[in-house]
Design a protein around this ligand. Structure first.
Ligand code: GRF
Length: 213
């Protein structure tokens, strides 16, 4: 089974979706570690409740991003990590992490990339006036919210949406697509060719017209 470490900074609802997917058998992987840079992260509590090993490495204690990533890489190595899953991890990652896990780091972003990269993606989408929003799971490269796209899910933007309502609707699709992406990786079915992610083998029907991989 693929050994997975999940990196969180906040609430951890995506982590919870992953934990739940493992519990119900929808996702087959070994959750080895939940690591956070923030002591108050709800994700740490969720992990402890689920009986998963946790580590806290506070980024403030390090002089550079690279030094922090070095400590993270060490912790991930100790846990035998094969796949790194960023789930609301609020630090920009450096080459130190990327080079330690080439092609083996995933991130989820609450927008249909390449639209609305960076912070406050849901607010950007609401303010821009798009009619369809969504979420993207992608491999991580050295540019923010940029690497090859594994899966995307879309949701409508409704006339009276504000940032919060849109955030909640996008989160439901995040919780659906992140376990799917990890499962595809765990089954060894993802191949990166340039910017494109090829998915090998038969695929089950998508849960709706607005999820594609
Ligand atoms: C999600 O919207 C995710 O796409 C973004 O950060 C948020 C994390 O939420 N990267 P949670 O901590 O998983 O609830």
């Amino acid at each position: 089974m693929v050994a997975v470490a999940v990196l969180v900074s906040g609430t951890g609802s995506n982590l919870q979706a992953i934990i739940d997917a493992v519990a119900t058998g929808r996702l087959t992987c070994d959750l080895r570690l939940v690591l956070s840079n923030r002591p108050g992260a709800g994700g740490l509590e969720r992990a402890q409740t689920a009986g998963l090993p946790t580590r806290l490495i506070e980024h403030q204690g390090f002089p550079t991003r690279e030094a922090f990533d070095g400590a993270v890489v060490e912790a991930l190595g100790e846990a035998g990590t094969e796949l790194v899953v960023l789930a609301g991890f609020d630090r920009l990652v450096t080459r130190v992490l990327i080079d330690a896990f080439p092609g083996r780091i995933m991130n989820i972003h609450p927008a249909l990339l390449p639209a609305f990269k960076g912070l406050h993606a849901q607010r950007q989408a609401a303010e821009y006036g798009v009619k369809v929003a969504g979420a993207t799971v992608h491999f991580v490269d050295e540019h923010t919210d940029h690497g090859p796209i594994i899966i995307q899910g879309a949701v409508p933007v409704l006339p009276d949406d504000d940032e919060e309502r849109l955030r909640a609707r996008i989160l439901t699709v995040e919780h659906d697509i992140y376990p799917r992406a990890i499962q595809l990786f765990a089954e060894g079915r993802l191949e990166v060719r340039g910017r494109r992610v090829i998915i090998h083998g038969p695929r089950p029907p998508a849960p709706g017209p607005l999820v594609a991989w």
